[in-house]
Design a binder for this molecule. Structure first.
Ligand SMILES: [Zn+2]
Length: 465
């Protein structure tokens, strides 16, 4: 039995065969950091965290890289509007990204490279593409010569001529061909820039991922992943840049997760229905949001509404009740009754879980197995005589399988970073409205959990005691 995954490049489910036995090199496109992430941006970190954890559960050593786009038109615009420095804005939202995703149970990547740390590698990459005539300079910009790269369009299954006649391609006199895309942008007056062989400028968006993949993981990686919206042009351009340079396949498997709708509508600026992960974590709990996201297959679209989150919360509660009932019975149970038959039944659930998850990381079915396990546990708890060993076997399997999905089945003893920040925010609000009693209560509550607060001129700092 092996892991099967849907490869967006071949449009087929394939058996996963890594380049190096037992090892996985994986890259996930990260966010442009100019705001808190919305719930749509929270889906890739959660689902690819699940993929990473499952591959680790199946015995692979996973090297996991995810970037931050920390210089870009949007960040420059946001900094201008806020009257702040571009780097200060980027740094702040990188920190917020870590806070939110950590609350959502996402492990940090082995490395989160930033564009601003990768400039020499990007310049080198672009220079080599010019040498190989896959790119050309034009008025301080550098463009990729798309028609020279055979296979352009292979990921998004589009013929280059169809793309050329497509409405979204604008004619630009600086380009030889409307399909060419920018690798390096000449600096505009007063904009942040770096020195390059083509004058002062900064990288285009697509080149950073090609440069980072090469720098941290090598010419060919196992899995490249991101949201479905990145398939074209971002991933198509990444393939063109990387494969033109190295002559090798960039990634053997491409994974794309589905979109998120809000109350059955697409999230969009014009509808004004952007939901920030930051807010939703505070309204519902981060654990419920993660659980909810994983109740859908990662490739399926997912609809987000308060009602559906409420439903997920009830589901999670059902699993937690089963575990706490098992634990409760364990304290009073002796060792009675039939055992072997139950051990066999319990291990059957584990096999089913692995079978479902091996099938393109079907966490939706994986969670169904947890519900079936809870039903079986409740059935066992109705037996007159129960065995400590069987109870423990149920608990152990719950811990093992929920652990793979990073779903918390115990009432949280330790507070997550995001929850601490939220309590600190509530304490600040209480103090602002001169409700010192409430503010002190929150301080004490945090202290009980080993979190120490320090009031400084820059605001409240906290540390684990
Ligand atoms: Zn990317």
């Amino acid at each position: 039995m092996a892991v099967q995954l849907y490869n967006s490049l071949t449009k087929k489910k394939e058996t996963f065969v890594p380049i190096e036995e037992g090892k996985v090199k994986m890259y996930v496109c990260g966010p442009t950091v100019y705001n808190y992430i919305h719930i749509g941006n929270a889906r890739p970190p959660i689902v690819y965290d699940m993929v990473r954890r499952y591959l680790e559960y199946r015995g692979y050593e996973v090297e996991f890289i995810s970037n931050f786009t920390d210089v870009d038109d949007k960040i420059i615009r946001a900094a201008h509007e806020l009257g702040e420095d571009v780097f200060a804005v980027a740094n702040r939202f990188i920190e917020e990204y870590h806070n939110d995703t950590c609350a959502l149970g996402v492990k940090k990547a082995d490395k989160h490279p930033r564009v601003t740390e990768t400039i020499p590698e990007i310049i080198d990459f672009v220079a080599k593409l010019i040498e190989k005539e896959y790119a050309y300079e034009s008025g301080g910009d550098v463009y990729f010569r798309t028609k020279k790269f055979e296979g352009y369009g292979k990921l998004s299954s589009q013929a280059i001529d169809d793309l050329r006649s497509g409405a979204r391609i604008e004619v630009d006199e600086r380009k030889e061909d409307p399909l060419d895309f920018v690798l390096w942008k000449a600096a505009k007056e007063g904009e942040v820039s770096w020195e390059s062989p083509w004058g002062h400028g900064r990288p285009g968006w697509h080149i950073e991922c090609s440069a980072m993949v090469k720098k941290y993981l090598g010419d060919t990686i196992d899995i490249h992943a991101g949201g479905k919206d990145l398939s074209f042009p971002h991933h198509e351009n990444e393939i063109a840049q990387s494969e033109a340079l190295t002559g090798k396949t960039m990634a053997n498997y491409w994974m794309h997760n589905g979109f998120i709708n809000i109350n059955n509508e697409k999230m969009s600026k014009s509808l004004g229905n952007f939901v920030l992960a930051h807010d939703i974590i505070r309204q519902h709990s981060a654990e419920v949001v993660r659980f909810f996201m994983l109740t859908a297959h990662y490739r399926s679209p997912i609809n987000f509404s308060d009602e559906l989150l409420e439903g997920a919360k009830n589901g999670l509660e059902r699993l937690r009740t089963a575990v706490s009932s098992l634990e409760h019975r364990l304290t009073e149970s002796a060792d009675y009754g039939e055992k072997e038959q139950w051990f066999a039944k319990i291990s059957q659930f584990k096999e089913t879980f692995i079978k479902e998850m091996d099938d393109d990381f079907n966490s939706a079915n994986g969670i169904s197995v947890l519900f079936d396990l809870a039903k079986e546990a409740n059935r066992y708890l109705r037996e007159e005589q129960t065995s400590k060993q069987v109870l423990q076997a149920f608990i152990d399997l719950f811990d093992e399988l929920a652990g793979v999905l990073a779903i918390e089945l115990r009432d949280q003893v330790e507070l997550l970073d995001g929850e601490i920040e939220s309590l600190i925010e509530q304490r600040n609000e209480a103090r602002k409205s001169r409700d010192f009693k409430r503010a002190d209560e929150i301080r004490d509550q945090l202290k009980e959990q080993g979190i120490l607060l320090e009031d400084t001129a820059q605001g409240v700092r906290w540390k684990r005691g």
